[in-house]
Design a protein around this ligand. Structure first.
Ligand code: NAD
Length: 290
């Protein structure tokens, strides 16, 4: 059995998987591979699947499966798994990091110090304490974020059409109800027909003036141009972003917008998460073989 590591994983993973067969990271061997391991970079399209006649199992290290043609894979009898549970803490910690970073001007203050400037009077920080966090998508990551926000003394409200109650947030019946009361909005959504372009000039009107927006879900759930307009008008005070229309982004309008903190899609990239992903992959391949 040939196992192809098509994207970046923990460096110890090939050794862990050797017991199952030959392990390679040589992408020219797609046609021979029976198991292909991907993260977000490899796109398992119809053409990709057609180029892999021996493929039986695709494992996506991470959550989002929007880079896999699930319908075509099913037609071809290919099983697709993700490692959904592994990444929740890593991504929730990044969403929280962005919240803290934008309200404390971490990036701007650091840059100014490196430039020899002393902007003590120009910058006022804002506390998270007693502010309201609105979570859109109250799944695994949203729930981990809510726990952290509660520890900081925040009120947490959330919207998720498939989650009716939560121990960590007051569930609202519409997204507008969340937008209207939240000082911070954090997006934890999969990319679907319903979530694409969800944050746009119309929905932004429902936000509180001067709200903060965080996106560690998927880039295409926001309309970047509309978010930039909201930043320029002050409707949004700042935007913390980890996810893009493409990795890396091409000509994104966000790079020139005011008050944006940008990350190169690092949500899942903790050492601990890569180890957890490796453990789950080992288990899934073991199950597949048996
Ligand atoms: P999850 O499936 O546990 O939670 C997603 C939640 O979104 C679900 O509860 C679902 O009911 C809800 N949802 C779906 N459509 C909705 C809608 N229209 N409105 C409101 N809620 C809706 O997934 P998770 O593990 O919490 O991950 C969430 C997303 O985070 C993933 O789909 C992925 O896109 C993204 N992610 C990003 C990174 C990163 O590196 N930044 C890493 C992992 C996951």
């Amino acid at each position: 059995m040939l196992i192809l590591l098509s994207d970046a994983f923990d460096s110890g993973l090939p050794d862990k998987l050797k017991k199952f067969g030959e392990v390679t990271d040589d992408k020219s061997r797609v046609p021979k591979a029976e198991v292909i391991l991907i993260r977000s970079k490899t796109k398992v399209t119809k053409e990709y699947i057609d180029s892999a006649p021996n493929l039986k199992l695709v494992i996506r290290g991470g959550v989002g499966l929007d880079n896999v043609d699930l319908v075509y894979a099913k037609d071809k009898g290919i099983t697709v798994h993700n490692t959904a549970a592994a990444s929740s803490i890593a991504v929730a910690e990044l969403a929280f990091t962005l919240m803290i970073a934008i309200t404390n001007h971490v990036a701007k203050a650091d840059k100014s110090m490196h430039e020899g400037k002393w902007l003590k009077k120009e910058m006022k920080r804002t506390e998270l304490y007693q502010k309201t966090l609105g979570i859109i998508g109250m799944g695994r990551i949203g729930t981990e974020l809510a726990k952290r926000a509660i520890a900081f003394g925040m009120t947490v409200v959330a919207y998720d059409p498939f989650v009716k109650s939560s121990d960590f947030a007051e569930m609202k019946s519409t997204m507008k109800d969340v937008f209207q009361v939240s000082d911070y909005i954090s997006l934890h959504l999969p990319l679907t027909d319903e979530t694409k372009g969800l944050i746009n000039s119309e929905t932004l009107k429902d936000f509180k003036d001067g709200a903060y927006l965080i996106n560690t879900g998927r880039g295409k759930t926001i309309v970047e141009e509309d978010v930039v307009e909201a930043l320029k008008s002050g409707k949004l005070k700042a935007f913390g972003n980890d996810v893009w229309y493409s990795d890396p982004p091409e000509n994104t309008v966000l790079t020139d917008a005011p008050n944006v903190i940008m990350m190169p899609h690092l949500g899942a990239s903790t050492n601990e998460n890569l180890l957890r992903i490796g453990d789950i992959i080992e288990e899934l391949i073991g199950d597949y073989i048996s």
